[in-house]
Unconditional design. Structure first.
Length: 277
């Protein structure tokens, strides 16, 4: 399928250390070679980089990894296609403007029947189940809140939690959704999180002998807090917490703000998927 990476921090911080680990999984240490994307927020605006080529060998991805880029919120994705061909239109993360802000969405999993759900207002540019699911979410936001984006993220979280578990009965629905201030992360079958905070130690990527001490990088007196969410742990010497299927996390300013937990015994559907050639 694919792999996800989301990061949200209390102040602009290095996001490329973790992105380096994810990018290597885009065709070198992992099979996710059908495109990659990275969204970096500047306030409510997201600067998005997309390619339908493997991330590990991409000159653009290499340029981003080798240059210092700071952000307080980022969403990244490497794709192993199961629905839709390898094109820019089908590359995550997907972006829409909602009431003066960018919403960024990325998905890992397969929802075989979601494209049968009719859309009234939104339309997909590509032909993936993932983008259609994003459109379903956008329509649910419109139907619940009208033309206004909810000021209380917990209201939006409740909508995402209920709809996520509804769509999760059709297939596997791991996703990240960001709005410039908050990061929502839903676990369908595999999603992990870690919070980086002082005192910082040295952390090393699992996919390369690359290490970083965020205290040194940000400064000895840094009060940085950064939450990272990924399909699988990216580092070997941090504590990563695995989410339970059906769980929705809400992060802001590098902290876990809230958690929605499903009823005991909830399981995600596991459809049989035949990868496209």
């Amino acid at each position: 399928m694919c792999e996800l990476l989301g990061m949200v921090a209390s102040q602009p911080a290095d996001v490329l250390f973790s992105f380096t680990g994810l990018a290597l999984r885009g065709g070198q240490t992992g099979p996710h070679a059908d495109g990659w994307g990275l969204a970096l927020y500047e306030g409510k605006f997201a600067r998005v980089f997309l390619e339908e080529h493997p991330a590990y060998s991409s000159p653009l991805a290499r340029f981003l990894r080798e240059n210092p880029i700071l952000a307080s919120l980022a969403v990244a994705h490497v794709r192993k296609m199961t629905r839709g061909v390898a094109t820019i239109q089908n590359t995550h993360p997907f972006v829409r403007v909602v009431n003066g802000r960018h919403l960024v969405f990325a998905h890992n999993g397969t929802l075989p029947n979601v494209r049968k759900r009719p859309l009234r207002y939104e339309s997909a540019l590509g032909d993936t189940d993932s983008e259609h699911a994003f459109c379903v979410i956008l329509e649910a936001i419109r139907e619940r809140f009208g033309p206004f984006y909810p000021e209380d993220p917990h209201q939006l979280g409740q909508v995402l939690f209920e709809l996520g578990n509804e769509l999760g009965q059709d297939g596997v629905f791991n996703f990240l959704l960001a709005d410039g201030a908050h990061l929502f992360a839903r676990c369908g079958d595999s999603l992990y999180s870690t919070v980086r905070k002082p005192p910082f130690g040295e952390v090393t990527l699992l996919d390369a002998e690359v290490s970083m001490n965020f205290g040194v990088h940000q400064g000895a007196d840094s009060t940085l807090r950064m939450a990272a969410v990924a399909t699988k742990p990216l580092t070997r010497n941090e504590t990563w917490v695995r989410g339970d299927p059906g769980t929705l996390w809400l992060f802001k300013n590098g902290d876990l703000l809230d958690t929605w937990a499903p009823a005991p015994g909830y399981v995600e559907a596991t459809p049989q998927v035949t990868p496209q050639p």
